[in-house]
Design a protein around this ligand. Structure first.
Ligand code: UD1
Ligand code: CA
Length: 478
């Protein structure tokens, strides 16, 4: 799976627990939806720090939830089935220290190191998490991540004691004008010993500009006690998402990682800047992806395929050697090896193409399977249909699957030839090897090997045009 930063679990089996803070509303987002639920590459933002903590070897990972907490819990459980997740409620958001304390009961009895992450830092990689874990100088000491920013606005500033390492973190709103000049900021990623954490957090108060319990106070308390160490990490990874513009930048950066991991595994992206993919999509080697393609959800594409410009694939499986021509739209479809689909094809849920099936322009399929080598090359709607092998579906064919109340099935046997512009009123079945004459409207099933004609007999009036012209000339035409 081309997960961008899939690193190995930490060596050995040293214990590690993690707490991911995800209870805040995210006021700066200006949206109704809680910040950590906003999607980055198809996953709620909070999925990423949780996943990376698991990859770093954390067991359990306690997620502190509050705003829209049920939804946060549901989406994480669904996307990480079987993972050692626990959920703790923080009913009122009284600050980051208060949020960590909300996780205390979930870690009762645990005595090892605890990693604390923010739910709004989706770009952190597992190796960065490991570097902070490994930076602790003694089991009791605190390690935390910092970064240097051109514009440190909004972040907690890291104040160092000359020659002694970090002394404290001061939040922007509490900082003196001089402290605000500091460009080394707190990235919001900490590793502390459980015993130190619980005994120290109870001493944190809310005597500050925001009247909140600041987790950042841990640094001063550790500096005075067991020691604190600051680990510089990349700002590209550690910048938090606070508003929708930050979110778009995070999405772009995450997409670039997915793109680069695909390219490294043998996938050609004609323009990685015009490519969108959700976390977890899979593409086989020797596949070529043209510009402006969007691969979403659980989409899996085999090797040696071409995905045409502007195509959108959601939760779709494509076999090996398939060609998807430009501007096709697939949703929960399955495309067999060697199929050739599009341009402008629409495959809706449960459209299933066996090997080598061509589906052409302006063809829509819904809950319809087509057997090997069957064709539907132009302008067709097939819904609730089961189509055998070697069937020709002529241009303009329509299955009338809906009577205004219910949907009805159409069955077409192997080797059937459906002429152009046929209307098949379901429920109906066409037996093996039968022929349907072009322009037919069929309301009754057809036996194997039969020819079905369902249209008015043609009448030719020879010389009609000449007679009409003569009438016109004599002034007698009505
Ligand atoms: C915090 C840090 C700041 C740091 C920055 C890095 C504090 C006091 N400040 O500021 O030093 O530079 O992160 O990104 O910690 N949350 C809760 N419950 C709460 C409050 C917050 O769960 O009561 C969660 C939020 O949902 C969010 C995370 O904690 O996921 C961080 O909170 P946020 O308000 O974004 O903190 P910052 O102001 O960015
Ligand atoms: Ca933040």
């Amino acid at each position: 799976m081309p997960t961008p930063s899939k690193q190995k679990k930490r060596k050995g089996s040293s214990p590690l627990a993690a707490i991911v803070l995800a209870a805040g509303k995210g006021t700066r987002m200006k949206t109704r939806r809680a910040k950590v639920l906003h999607p980055v590459c198809g996953r709620p933002m909070v999925y990423f720090p949780v996943k990376r903590a698991l990859e770093a070897g954390a067991d359990p990972v306690v997620v502190v939830v509050g705003h829209q907490g049920d939804e946060v819990e549901r989406s994480l459980r669904a996307s990480l089935p079987g993972a050692p997740l626990r959920f703790a409620r923080q009913e009122r958001q009284l600050g980051t220290a208060h949020a960590v304390l909300a996780a205390k009961a979930s870690l009762r009895g645990y005595t090892g190191p605890v990693m604390i992450l923010s739910g709004d830092t989706p770009l952190l990689t597992t190796s960065t998490l490991a570097s902070v874990v490994d930076a602790r100088t003694a089991p009791q000491s605190l390690a935390f991540a910092t970064m240097d920013l051109e514009n440190p606005k909004g972040y907690g500033r890291v104040v160092h004691a000359p020659g002694k390492g970090p002394a404290l973190i001061v939040e922007e709103k509490d900082a003196t004008p001089q402290e605000r000049q500091i460009r080394e900021v707190n990235a919001g990623l900490y590793v502390a010993d459980a015993g130190f954490l619980w005994s120290t957090l109870s001493r944190v108060d809310a005597k500050n500009a925001q009247r909140e319990f600041y987790l950042t106070d841990l640094v001063a308390l550790a500096a005075d006690g067991p020691g604190a160490v600051a680990v510089r990490v990349s700002p590209v990874e550690a910048q938090g998402v606070n508003d929708l513009e930050d979110m778009s930048l995070a999405t772009r950066a995450m997409t670039r990682r997915i793109a680069s991991s695909l390219m490294k595994s043998g996938v050609t992206l004609e323009d990685p800047e015009r490519f969108d993919a959700d976390e977890g999509v899979e593409v086989g080697p020797d596949t070529v992806i043209e510009p402006s393609v969007r691969l979403r959800g659980t989409t899996r594409i085999g090797g040696g395929c071409v995905i045409g410009q502007g195509s959108i694939l959601l939760d779709t499986v494509v076999g090996d050697g398939a060609t998807i021509l430009p501007y096709s739209h697939f949703d929960r479809a399955s495309v067999g090896d060697g199929c050739r689909v599009g341009p402008f094809a629409r495959l809706r849920p449960e459209a299933t193409l066996a090997e080598g099936v061509p589906v052409g322009n302006f063809v829509e399929l819904k809950k319809t399977s087509m057997g090997k080598r069957s064709k539907a090359n132009h302008l067709t709607y097939l819904g609730d249909a089961t189509i055998g092998a070697d069937v020709n579906v002529g241009c303009g064919t329509i299955t009338c699957n809906y009577d205004g109340e219910r949907k009805h099935p159409t069955r077409i046997g192997d080797g059937v030839f459906v002429g152009s512009d046929a209307i098949l009123v379901a429920p109906i079945s066409i037996g093996k090897g039968a022929y349907v004459a072009a322009g037919s409207t069929l309301t009754e099933s057809v036996a194997a090997g039969a020819l079905a004609l369902g249209r008015a007999r043609q009448v030719n009036k020879n010389g009609w045009a000449r007679e009409r012209a003569a009438l016109k000339a004599s002034g007698k035409e009505k």
